[in-house]
Design a protein around this ligand. Structure first.
Ligand code: SF4
Length: 164
């Protein structure tokens, strides 16, 4: 069974090759400064009182009576981050837990954070269902798609693997 995590959903929107490589455990992520910063942010969060909550294949940063809150270090790929959060709302909704998504972006070297609200409406549910089928098709392919240069490649953990 293909297990689709929040990261898999996020990567699918950023780059299909990245999604495939990550899912198939081609793990080069330790070399990436961006991923390193993400892990530090994650550790800071984990040391606070809001520890991660695991629901099926996804890990939530924080859930309140009203919101599921997801923290990101960059708004470089906002659509991917929003879809990751929408997917969390989708998983929770199937369990009868309805929440609004709140995406908090804390940029490196910046004090302020920006907040984006994500709503799981019928249109979003249909989109997620369609995307889940597409992800399953992609991940069961024998080989990854060929690399295509895009914004964010230089910060991607697979950059050297793809282009050098
Ligand atoms: S370097 Fe670019 S093409 Fe390669 S996996 Fe990362 S985002 Fe995709």
């Amino acid at each position: 069974m293909v297990e689709i995590t929040g990261t898999v959903m996020n990567y699918f929107f950023h780059c299909h090759r990245q999604c495939w490589l990550f899912y198939n455990r081609i793990n080069l992520e330790d070399n990436s400064e961006d991923v390193h910063i993400g892990k530090i942010l994650h550790e800071i969060k984990s040391k606070g009182k809001n520890t991660e909550i695991v629901v099926d294949s996804v890990k939530l940063d924080k859930i309140t009576d009203e919101y599921v809150i997801e923290l990101k270090k960059s708004d470089a790929d906002l659509e991917a981050a929003k879809m990751q959060l929408a997917y969390y709302l989708f998983i929770l909704s199937r369990k009868g837990i309805d929440r609004v998504g709140k995406l908090q972006v804390i940029e490196k070297n910046k004090q302020e954070k920006t907040i984006h609200i994500v709503i799981l409406n019928d249109e979003m549910i249909q989109k997620i269902e369609k995307v889940l089928s597409e992800i399953k098709l992609l991940l069961t392919k024998e080989n990854p798609p060929e690399p295509v240069v895009k914004k964010g490649c230089k910060k991607c953990a697979y950059y050297e693997y793809c282009f050098l």
